[in-house]
Ligand binder design. Sequence first.
Ligand code: SAM
Ligand code: CA
Length: 244
Amino acid sequence: MNLHSNASDQVEGSPWDNKGLLQSQELYRYVLETSVYPREPEPLKEIRAITANLPDFYMGTTPDSGQLIAMLLNLLNAKNTIELGVFTGYSLLLTALTIPDDGKILAIDSNLESYELGLPVIRKAGVEHKINFKHSPALPVLDKLLEDDKNRGSFDFAFVDADKTNYGNYHERLMKMMKIGGLIVYDNTLWYGTLAMPEESVHKLMRSERSYLLEFNKFLAADTRIQISQVSLGDGMTICRRLF
Ligand code: SAM
Ligand code: CA
């Protein structure tokens, strides 16, 4: 098992080429090898190695994005968090390793199989008690949570990485669930760099998310309820802070 394996090794030339928005494999590798891999906790390396063998390995959160997420969680002293889109659990385990021992993560994914691939690593890391995994599409779970007033204004942090074309629906619900000052982080908001390309030059597999995210990014920019920062890291993350 090569714990330093990098998804970017396996996608060169494919539409999911994961060299990041730097558009240079060499520079991306430099960032990972200099600043990221040396500090990446061992259990996260293990999840990454398990994920690297899967056909849809490119879906895993990149470790450079993970570093920023961990810093945001620490800065917020986040304790009550939610994640939409777990896959094999890289961002979930990262969150579980970062929040305090009595912290909680409500993690939702419609696919149980991929979660179960990473679960032994989560267990071995001793952080499973912080995780409440729901095997379900995310929207009905959020709607159910909102029926109970105690879930309103109660979350410190949300990481959204499930189906991109539902981001607007997630946003309306999460805005009610976050504390004032809480963060919602949307992943892949620059969609492999395709947002600035003419549609005809974009691979067909990527077009529907591309056109959805073009609108969603404009929507977030106009949403006065949040402060935002569009971060050009990984595949683009938009950090939103609930203002009121
Ligand atoms: N955050 C993960 C990580 O760090 O590896 C990657 C998540 S992956 C990009 C997207 C995940 O969203 C997949 O596991 C998929 O099953 C899940 N998903 C897709 N549509 C969903 C939905 N409507 N509700 C919940 N999960 C969904
Ligand atoms: Ca992602």
